[in-house]
Write a protein that binds this ligand. Structure first.
Ligand SMILES: Nc1ncnc2c1ncn2[C@@H]1O[C@H](COP(=O)(O)OP(=O)(O)O)[C@@H](O)[C@H]1O
Ligand SMILES: [Mg+2]
Length: 246
């Protein structure tokens, strides 16, 4: 018998009642106070909220960079809370690409060396790595003439395109970005958002933390987080997406 499941969106990320408590000496911070959310395959969502509300902590949980104090994170059907750190790192490297506000490029390496970095532990030969790096940089809206340069020879907007190329070079299905346009001028922010939308069209599931409503309005859902809790899920207004505003 042929059983087909039609058009049922599959959840690729599930966060279930996650809390995160930081203890530094006598100081205890409740960064997340019971957060649940589901991100479906092929979705692009944004997370907004005041400084200190727990946005980065939440993205670090989703991205398996840190572990919840309680609750579960399920990535692609795998309950990560049951795994050891080696297996977690393997899933992270396999499925997730990260983009940060301050690019986090290694300034003493060339653009090419930065982009090909995630490919080295995979044992991909150098000629293939160069080909994949070039392809990723073009997909990220960059120019191959940047490859021999050092990151600091590029503008902020160009460095962020290099960082996106590094995030996508190994073809992750999930891209997580923490204020990726927070340090960019409007024109660069627009280019970066355009790139995320194109990657999403090609199938990537994307979550973006932002303070900029014109970025959030380009996504499909806006999660509002306050004081460690999701307090609202808003429907974006696409006419106010940065691609369509002055
Ligand atoms: N590694 C850490 N150690 C201690 N406290 C932390 C750590 N990371 C974040 N916090 C605290 O957790 C809260 C949430 O931080 P964060 O997730 O970075 O917020 P946001 O990204 O929304 O600005 C803040 O009060 C912050 O000071
Ligand atoms: Mg943050």
């Amino acid at each position: 018998m042929n059983i087909r499941v039609c058009a049922v969106a599959r959840e690729i990320i599930a966060v279930e009642n996650v809390t995160k408590v930081y203890r530094l000496g006598d100081v205890v911070t409740y960064a997340l106070r019971g957060v649940s959310l589901k991100i479906f395959e092929g979705e692009i969502i944004s997370i907004m909220g005041p400084s200190g509300s727990g946005k980065t902590t939440l993205l670090n949980m989703i991205g398996l960079l840190d572990k919840p104090t309680s609750g579960r994170v399920i990535i692609d059907g795998i309950d990560v809370s049951r795994l050891g750190s080696g297996e977690i790192a393997r899933i992270r490297n396999d499925k997730i690409g990260f983009v940060f506000q301050f690019f986090n490029l290694i300034n003493r390496l060339t653009v090419l060396e930065n982009i090909e970095m995630p490919l080295i532990p995979r044992g991909i030969p150098r000629s293939k790595r160069i080909e994949m790096a070039r392809e990723a940089l073009i997909k990220a809206g960059g120019d191959v003439s940047w490859l021999p340069k050092k990151p600091l020879q590029l503008s902020g907007g160009q460095q962020q395109r290099v960082a996106i190329a590094r995030a996508i070079v190994a073809n992750p299905r999930i891209i997580l970005a923490d204020e990726p346009t927070g340090n960019l001028d409007r024109a660069s922010a627009r280019t970066v958002m355009k790139t995320f939308l194109e990657l999403n069209k090609m199938g990537a599931t994307i979550a973006i933390i932002t303070h900029d409503p014109e970025i959030a309005n380009c996504t499909q859902k806006i999660y509002i987080i306050r004081d460690g809790r999701i307090v609202a899920v808003q429907t974006p207004d696409p006419s106010r997406c940065i691609l369509y505003t002055q």
